[in-house]
Design a protein around this ligand. Structure first.
Ligand code: ATP
Length: 292
Protein backbone atom coordinates (compact mmCIF):
# COMPACT_ATOMS: atom_id res chain seq x y z
CA UNK A 1 0.00 0.00 0.00
CA UNK A 2 1.37 3.39 -0.86
CA UNK A 3 0.94 5.57 2.15
CA UNK A 4 3.28 8.41 1.54
CA UNK A 5 0.92 10.58 -0.37
CA UNK A 6 -2.30 9.54 1.20
CA UNK A 7 -2.53 12.59 3.46
CA UNK A 8 -1.66 14.76 0.48
CA UNK A 9 -4.64 13.35 -1.44
CA UNK A 10 -6.77 15.20 1.05
CA UNK A 11 -5.35 18.54 0.05
CA UNK A 12 -5.15 18.14 -3.73
CA UNK A 13 -8.75 19.20 -4.19
CA UNK A 14 -8.01 22.33 -2.22
CA UNK A 15 -4.93 22.97 -4.31
CA UNK A 16 -6.78 23.05 -7.59
CA UNK A 17 -8.51 26.22 -6.56
CA UNK A 18 -5.24 27.86 -5.57
CA UNK A 19 -4.00 30.96 -7.34
CA UNK A 20 -1.46 30.26 -10.03
CA UNK A 21 1.98 31.78 -10.12
CA UNK A 22 4.81 31.84 -7.68
CA UNK A 23 2.73 32.87 -4.68
CA UNK A 24 0.46 29.88 -5.19
CA UNK A 25 3.50 27.72 -5.71
CA UNK A 26 5.11 28.83 -2.46
CA UNK A 27 1.89 28.23 -0.62
CA UNK A 28 1.78 24.79 -2.15
CA UNK A 29 5.26 23.86 -0.96
CA UNK A 30 4.31 24.97 2.52
CA UNK A 31 1.22 22.81 2.39
CA UNK A 32 3.06 19.77 1.17
CA UNK A 33 5.70 20.13 3.86
CA UNK A 34 3.38 20.56 6.81
CA UNK A 35 0.56 18.25 7.76
CA UNK A 36 -2.21 20.04 9.60
CA UNK A 37 -2.78 17.11 11.95
CA UNK A 38 0.73 17.07 13.45
CA UNK A 39 1.87 20.25 15.12
CA UNK A 40 5.44 21.34 15.77
CA UNK A 41 6.27 21.72 19.44
CA UNK A 42 6.16 25.35 20.55
CA UNK A 43 9.91 25.27 21.17
CA UNK A 44 10.79 23.10 18.14
CA UNK A 45 14.17 23.94 16.70
CA UNK A 46 15.74 23.58 13.26
CA UNK A 47 17.32 20.21 12.62
CA UNK A 48 20.23 21.43 10.48
CA UNK A 49 22.35 19.15 8.31
CA UNK A 50 22.68 15.61 9.63
CA UNK A 51 24.97 12.65 8.91
CA UNK A 52 21.94 10.40 8.77
CA UNK A 53 22.30 8.05 11.71
CA UNK A 54 18.84 6.71 12.50
CA UNK A 55 17.48 4.95 15.56
CA UNK A 56 13.99 3.64 16.28
CA UNK A 57 13.82 3.21 20.05
CA UNK A 58 11.08 1.02 21.50
CA UNK A 59 8.49 2.48 19.18
CA UNK A 60 4.79 1.82 19.52
CA UNK A 61 2.41 2.63 16.73
CA UNK A 62 -1.05 1.82 15.42
CA UNK A 63 -3.41 3.63 13.06
CA UNK A 64 -6.43 3.07 15.24
CA UNK A 65 -6.88 0.89 18.24
CA UNK A 66 -5.04 -1.99 16.61
CA UNK A 67 -1.39 -1.93 17.54
CA UNK A 68 0.86 -2.39 14.53
CA UNK A 69 4.17 -2.10 16.38
CA UNK A 70 4.89 -2.60 20.02
CA UNK A 71 8.34 -1.98 21.47
CA UNK A 72 10.24 -2.17 18.18
CA UNK A 73 13.86 -1.02 18.02
CA UNK A 74 16.56 -0.89 15.37
CA UNK A 75 19.40 1.33 14.23
CA UNK A 76 20.62 2.32 10.80
CA UNK A 77 24.13 3.64 10.28
CA UNK A 78 24.82 6.80 8.32
CA UNK A 79 25.13 5.90 4.64
CA UNK A 80 23.69 2.42 5.10
CA UNK A 81 21.02 1.01 2.75
CA UNK A 82 18.36 -1.04 4.48
CA UNK A 83 15.73 -2.99 2.54
CA UNK A 84 12.45 -3.76 4.29
CA UNK A 85 10.82 -6.95 3.05
CA UNK A 86 7.91 -9.01 4.31
CA UNK A 87 4.33 -9.95 3.63
CA UNK A 88 1.84 -7.40 2.37
CA UNK A 89 0.36 -5.39 5.21
CA UNK A 90 3.21 -6.19 7.61
CA UNK A 91 3.96 -2.49 8.04
CA UNK A 92 7.01 -1.83 5.87
CA UNK A 93 5.63 1.37 4.40
CA UNK A 94 4.38 2.46 7.79
CA UNK A 95 7.83 2.07 9.35
CA UNK A 96 9.31 4.26 6.63
CA UNK A 97 6.61 6.91 6.84
CA UNK A 98 7.20 7.37 10.57
CA UNK A 99 10.65 8.80 9.85
CA UNK A 100 9.43 12.00 8.11
CA UNK A 101 6.84 12.10 10.92
CA UNK A 102 3.85 11.64 8.66
CA UNK A 103 2.27 9.92 11.65
CA UNK A 104 2.84 10.41 15.36
CA UNK A 105 4.25 7.59 17.47
CA UNK A 106 2.18 6.24 20.36
CA UNK A 107 5.35 5.55 22.30
CA UNK A 108 9.12 5.40 22.05
CA UNK A 109 11.25 7.71 19.93
CA UNK A 110 12.85 8.01 16.54
CA UNK A 111 16.13 9.89 16.44
CA UNK A 112 18.33 11.20 13.65
CA UNK A 113 21.93 11.78 14.74
CA UNK A 114 20.61 11.40 18.27
CA UNK A 115 17.99 14.13 17.91
CA UNK A 116 14.35 13.22 18.61
CA UNK A 117 12.36 14.01 15.46
CA UNK A 118 9.61 15.54 17.62
CA UNK A 119 12.01 18.17 18.94
CA UNK A 120 12.57 19.75 15.52
CA UNK A 121 10.32 21.52 13.03
CA UNK A 122 8.72 19.24 10.46
CA UNK A 123 9.99 21.44 7.69
CA UNK A 124 13.63 21.15 8.81
CA UNK A 125 13.18 17.42 9.38
CA UNK A 126 11.79 16.85 5.88
CA UNK A 127 14.50 19.00 4.36
CA UNK A 128 16.89 16.20 5.36
CA UNK A 129 14.81 13.44 3.74
CA UNK A 130 14.16 12.70 0.09
CA UNK A 131 11.12 10.57 -0.64
CA UNK A 132 10.41 8.59 -3.78
CA UNK A 133 6.87 7.25 -3.50
CA UNK A 134 5.10 4.81 -5.80
CA UNK A 135 2.69 7.41 -7.06
CA UNK A 136 4.63 10.48 -7.91
CA UNK A 137 2.83 13.67 -7.17
CA UNK A 138 3.15 16.40 -9.77
CA UNK A 139 1.31 19.67 -9.72
CA UNK A 140 0.07 21.45 -12.80
CA UNK A 141 3.07 23.69 -13.28
CA UNK A 142 6.16 23.59 -15.44
CA UNK A 143 8.87 20.96 -15.31
CA UNK A 144 11.14 23.60 -13.77
CA UNK A 145 8.68 24.29 -10.95
CA UNK A 146 8.08 20.61 -10.34
CA UNK A 147 11.78 19.91 -9.92
CA UNK A 148 12.78 23.10 -8.14
CA UNK A 149 10.20 22.26 -5.50
CA UNK A 150 13.15 20.63 -3.72
CA UNK A 151 15.21 23.83 -3.91
CA UNK A 152 13.31 26.97 -4.81
CA UNK A 153 16.36 29.05 -5.78
CA UNK A 154 17.92 26.47 -8.12
CA UNK A 155 19.50 27.71 -11.36
CA UNK A 156 18.63 26.16 -14.73
CA UNK A 157 22.10 24.59 -14.86
CA UNK A 158 21.50 22.87 -11.55
CA UNK A 159 18.09 21.69 -12.71
CA UNK A 160 19.49 20.32 -15.98
CA UNK A 161 22.25 18.52 -14.06
CA UNK A 162 19.65 16.91 -11.79
CA UNK A 163 17.63 15.87 -14.87
CA UNK A 164 20.73 14.37 -16.40
CA UNK A 165 21.47 12.29 -13.32
CA UNK A 166 17.88 11.09 -13.41
CA UNK A 167 18.24 10.22 -17.13
CA UNK A 168 15.50 12.62 -18.13
CA UNK A 169 17.53 15.45 -19.70
CA UNK A 170 17.32 14.13 -23.29
CA UNK A 171 13.55 13.98 -23.07
CA UNK A 172 13.22 17.47 -21.60
CA UNK A 173 15.56 18.92 -24.22
CA UNK A 174 13.42 17.32 -26.95
CA UNK A 175 10.39 19.31 -25.80
CA UNK A 176 9.93 22.62 -27.68
CA UNK A 177 9.51 24.51 -24.42
CA UNK A 178 12.07 22.55 -22.43
CA UNK A 179 11.95 23.33 -18.72
CA UNK A 180 8.98 25.64 -19.30
CA UNK A 181 6.82 22.77 -20.50
CA UNK A 182 3.65 22.58 -18.46
CA UNK A 183 2.90 19.08 -17.19
CA UNK A 184 -0.18 17.45 -15.71
CA UNK A 185 -3.85 17.78 -16.55
CA UNK A 186 -3.52 20.86 -18.70
CA UNK A 187 -0.13 20.12 -20.19
CA UNK A 188 2.09 17.31 -21.36
CA UNK A 189 1.18 13.93 -19.90
CA UNK A 190 4.22 12.19 -18.53
CA UNK A 191 4.46 8.41 -18.41
CA UNK A 192 4.79 6.62 -15.08
CA UNK A 193 8.51 6.14 -15.68
CA UNK A 194 9.03 9.79 -16.61
CA UNK A 195 7.20 10.93 -13.49
CA UNK A 196 9.39 8.72 -11.35
CA UNK A 197 12.52 10.12 -12.94
CA UNK A 198 11.23 13.61 -12.35
CA UNK A 199 10.82 12.75 -8.67
CA UNK A 200 14.36 11.41 -8.67
CA UNK A 201 15.68 14.60 -10.28
CA UNK A 202 13.91 16.60 -7.56
CA UNK A 203 15.89 14.71 -4.93
CA UNK A 204 19.22 14.98 -6.73
CA UNK A 205 18.65 18.72 -6.65
CA UNK A 206 17.56 18.79 -3.03
CA UNK A 207 20.51 16.51 -2.11
CA UNK A 208 19.31 15.31 1.31
CA UNK A 209 21.43 12.90 3.42
CA UNK A 210 18.49 10.51 3.95
CA UNK A 211 16.45 8.75 1.32
CA UNK A 212 13.15 6.91 1.70
CA UNK A 213 12.12 4.81 -1.24
CA UNK A 214 8.82 3.04 -1.74
CA UNK A 215 9.73 0.85 -4.65
CA UNK A 216 7.15 0.53 -7.41
CA UNK A 217 5.33 -2.77 -7.63
CA UNK A 218 3.89 -2.01 -11.05
CA UNK A 219 6.03 -3.11 -13.97
CA UNK A 220 7.57 -0.59 -16.32
CA UNK A 221 9.13 -1.49 -19.66
CA UNK A 222 12.62 -2.93 -19.34
CA UNK A 223 14.59 0.03 -20.66
CA UNK A 224 12.78 2.45 -18.32
CA UNK A 225 13.19 0.00 -15.49
CA UNK A 226 16.95 -0.14 -15.98
CA UNK A 227 17.25 3.66 -16.28
CA UNK A 228 15.29 4.14 -13.07
CA UNK A 229 17.15 1.43 -11.21
CA UNK A 230 20.48 2.97 -12.17
CA UNK A 231 19.33 6.44 -11.18
CA UNK A 232 18.11 5.14 -7.83
CA UNK A 233 21.38 3.31 -7.16
CA UNK A 234 23.21 6.53 -7.89
CA UNK A 235 20.80 8.49 -5.70
CA UNK A 236 21.25 6.21 -2.68
CA UNK A 237 25.05 6.44 -2.77
CA UNK A 238 26.38 8.19 0.32
CA UNK A 239 22.86 8.58 1.76
CA UNK A 240 21.18 6.61 4.52
CA UNK A 241 18.52 4.76 2.55
CA UNK A 242 15.35 3.02 3.73
CA UNK A 243 13.65 1.12 0.96
CA UNK A 244 10.39 -0.80 0.88
CA UNK A 245 11.82 -3.34 -1.51
CA UNK A 246 9.99 -5.36 -4.10
CA UNK A 247 12.80 -6.06 -6.54
CA UNK A 248 15.41 -8.74 -6.24
CA UNK A 249 18.23 -6.47 -7.44
CA UNK A 250 17.42 -3.89 -4.75
CA UNK A 251 17.27 -6.51 -2.04
CA UNK A 252 20.57 -8.11 -3.06
CA UNK A 253 22.32 -4.75 -3.19
CA UNK A 254 21.12 -3.59 0.23
CA UNK A 255 23.66 -3.50 3.05
CA UNK A 256 21.07 -5.07 5.28
CA UNK A 257 17.67 -6.65 4.86
CA UNK A 258 15.04 -6.41 7.58
CA UNK A 259 12.20 -8.88 7.44
CA UNK A 260 9.04 -7.33 8.86
CA UNK A 261 6.34 -9.78 9.91
CA UNK A 262 3.83 -10.17 12.71
CA UNK A 263 4.53 -6.66 14.03
CA UNK A 264 8.20 -7.35 14.50
CA UNK A 265 11.49 -7.53 12.69
CA UNK A 266 11.90 -11.26 12.64
CA UNK A 267 15.22 -11.49 10.81
CA UNK A 268 17.93 -9.18 9.62
CA UNK A 269 21.19 -9.56 7.76
CA UNK A 270 22.61 -9.58 4.26
CA UNK A 271 21.00 -11.49 1.43
CA UNK A 272 23.60 -14.28 1.68
CA UNK A 273 23.41 -14.50 5.47
CA UNK A 274 19.65 -14.74 5.44
CA UNK A 275 19.52 -17.30 2.64
CA UNK A 276 22.05 -19.48 4.50
CA UNK A 277 19.84 -19.27 7.58
CA UNK A 278 17.00 -20.95 5.66
CA UNK A 279 14.45 -19.11 7.77
CA UNK A 280 11.64 -16.68 7.03
CA UNK A 281 13.63 -14.66 4.50
CA UNK A 282 14.67 -17.73 2.52
CA UNK A 283 11.05 -18.89 2.42
CA UNK A 284 9.74 -15.50 1.39
CA UNK A 285 12.46 -15.15 -1.18
CA UNK A 286 11.75 -18.46 -2.87
CA UNK A 287 8.03 -17.82 -2.82
CA UNK A 288 8.48 -14.41 -4.43
CA UNK A 289 11.37 -14.96 -6.80
CA UNK A 290 11.71 -18.73 -6.95
CA UNK A 291 15.48 -18.54 -7.18
CA UNK A 292 18.57 -18.21 -5.02
P1 ATP B 1 2.52 -3.64 1.24
O1 ATP B 1 3.71 -4.52 0.99
O2 ATP B 1 1.23 -4.26 0.78
O3 ATP B 1 2.70 -2.24 0.76
P2 ATP B 1 3.26 -2.94 3.97
O4 ATP B 1 4.05 -3.98 4.64
O5 ATP B 1 3.97 -1.74 3.44
O6 ATP B 1 2.33 -3.57 2.85
P3 ATP B 1 1.62 -1.01 5.35
O7 ATP B 1 1.20 -0.37 4.08
O8 ATP B 1 2.60 -0.32 6.21
O9 ATP B 1 2.18 -2.48 5.05
O10 ATP B 1 0.31 -1.33 6.18
C1 ATP B 1 0.35 -1.97 7.45
C2 ATP B 1 -1.07 -2.13 8.02
O11 ATP B 1 -1.60 -0.87 8.37
C3 ATP B 1 -2.06 -2.74 7.03
O12 ATP B 1 -2.91 -3.57 7.75
C4 ATP B 1 -2.79 -1.55 6.48
O13 ATP B 1 -4.08 -1.89 6.07
C5 ATP B 1 -2.80 -0.60 7.66
N1 ATP B 1 -2.81 0.80 7.24
C6 ATP B 1 -1.91 1.37 6.41
N2 ATP B 1 -2.15 2.68 6.26
C7 ATP B 1 -3.22 2.97 7.01
C8 ATP B 1 -3.96 4.17 7.29
N3 ATP B 1 -3.61 5.35 6.76
N4 ATP B 1 -5.01 4.08 8.13
C9 ATP B 1 -5.35 2.91 8.69
N5 ATP B 1 -4.70 1.74 8.48
C10 ATP B 1 -3.64 1.77 7.65
Amino acid sequence: VNLFFRPIDKITSVLESYPKGIAGFRRFTELIDTRPDIADRPNARELGDVKGEIAYNNIRFGYGNDRLFDDLSFEIKAGETVAFVGPSGAGKTTLCSLLPRFYELDGGTITIDGVDIRDVTQQSLRAQIGIVAQDVFLFGGTIRENIAYGKLDASDDEIMEALKRAALNTYVLSLPEGLDTVVGERGVKLSGGQKQRLAIARIFLKNPPILVLDEATSALDTATEVAIQNALNELSKGRTTLVVAHRLATIRNADRIMVVSNNRIIEQGSHEELLAKKGAYAELHFAQFGTG
